[in-house]
Design a protein. Structure first.
Length: 256
């Protein structure tokens, strides 16, 4: 019998399909992923079953809709009585590892799923006093920390270290690497920040607040979106795409 294949699950957070060239993005945000897509299977009708992080991850590992087991929001995590993919792989002989944030299972279940859990490391600023965007808008722009100290860069390094040096080479492995990018705060370190020409960013039409529910307008105001200029918006969109560009480079690091 042939040895089971190793499994590598790479999960950027809040990276929409339209941010990638293989799904139509015209900015140069994902050259490596696009190259990978040309020789891979690309799903054109793949949709998340929930807009929040933990419920969508619960569905990913259990194969059930979030409402089936009450995973309605962030703190309602997978529990020990629920059958899940990772625990099944571990029981079948895989060595399992999670690097990055959990947002999937409660502590008891997490311990039963993974042989190794590398916690978030490194830095990711919530604000940048040097950036002119309104405070509280989550627009950081250039991440103050150098690339080598950036949280997602260090998580990639931790995953590579486990794969190359720390795992049991006699066993097949399942590695789940969870990156925070391009989830806000919208900030990315040099050399990625500033690669996209802000003048090429086309802004979508602005909604009339009078047509929105009070909850939506209050939420927008709480993040100072009502104070942002068109220049701020262009920088936010460009920074988001540069965060995708950073993730693209991290995928290339993993595949090197």
């Amino acid at each position: 019998m042939s040895r089971p294949k190793n499994i590598l699950l790479l999960c950027p957070d809040e990276m929409k399909a339209s941010a990638l060239g293989c799904y139509g993005q015209t900015q140069p945000s994902s050259p490596f992923i696009d190259q990978l897509a040309r020789r891979s299977t690309v799903f054109e009708q793949c949709h998340t079953v929930h807009p929040k992080c933990s419920p969508s991850r619960a569905a990913l590992v259990t194969g059930q809709y979030p409402h089936v087991n009450g995973h309605r929001t962030l703190d309602l995590l997978v529990r020990s009585h629920e059958i899940n993919l990772v625990r099944e792989l571990r029981q079948a002989g895989y060595q399992t590892a999670l690097v990055g944030k959990n947002h999937t299972a409660d502590p008891e279940t997490l311990a039963a799923m993974f042989d190794h859990h590398g916690q978030d490391e490194g830095k990711h600023a919530l604000e940048n006093p040097a950036h002119p965007a309104p405070p509280g808008s989550y627009l950081v722009g250039q991440e103050p920390a150098p690339l080598e100290d950036f949280r997602d860069y260090r998580n990639t390094s931790a995953a590579l270290r486990w794969i190359d040096e720390e795992r049991d080479a006699e066993k097949p492995f399942f590695m789940w690497l969870n990156w925070n990018s391009p989830h806000p705060p919208y900030g990315v370190p040099a050399p990625f920040y500033g690669r996209i020409d802000r003048s090429t960013i086309e802004l979508p039409p602005q909604d009339d607040p009078a047509t929105k529910a009070l909850y939506q307008t209050e939420l927008a105001c709480s993040y100072r979106m009502d104070k942002m200029t068109d220049e701020d918006w262009r920088d936010m969109v460009a920074t988001y795409l540069e965060m995708v560009m950073f993730i693209d480079a991290e995928v290339a690091r993993i595949h090197a």
